[in-house]
Design a protein. Sequence first.
Length: 256
Amino acid sequence: MAFELLDHPIVFSQPLRWSRVAAWHLHIPFALLLVDLLRPKRVVELGVHYGDSYCAFCQAVATLGLRSECFGIDHWQGDAQAGGYGSQVLEDLRRHHDPRYGSFSRLLPMTFEQAHSGFQNGSIDLLHIDGLHTYEAVSRDFHSWFPRMSDRGVILLHDVAVRQAGFGVWKLWEEVSRAYPARLLRNGFGLGVVVVGKAPEPKVDDLLNLSESRWQALEGLWEVLGQANERRCKPRQESKGAGSSWARTLFRKTKR
């Protein structure tokens, strides 16, 4: 059956989590859609930070009534690219996350390497990699977690479009997009979608096999929905304070 957007009204949902770190905001409608298409049994995110992307996955699971397990992994101490920060980031996220999603989701304050042994091979349907963005780090994350992916597995790579010093996701994207079925969302900071499973979900295949013209139309829709969400969520955002200067810089970059 061909992909029909209106069969998936969840894409028009207002995000419940909307921080000042805007790097993922334009991709939230796609995240909601992907969960609807894939219906993952297990979702894992590497690099949660303020939790906008992770909570979008959880929001979709809750809205759709799925019996999914979700795991957000981060040491919540920052890094050379995100800057350092204290425990208040995780504490703020928990206040939002725990009452809404605590029945099926866990936030794991640890390194990716520490968490790795807690997952069996073939057990993850959806993996989002958004940790340190050097080529060495993201390549290590991709290849070390690859065996954990199921036969329906999909991996998301964030910041594919960023080529400033120290960012190397684009380089990994060039490698994996030649080796596996893949599609790139070019808005925002770029989100790469890689189907790594041997028996991919047909509904995901239908989406990724759209013609270039229809794919571009969807990218335009993500842009419009992201801007609409920004207008709706801005009062909530402002009520939480000014945020860090790094977060304000990202917010301005996304607005361009």
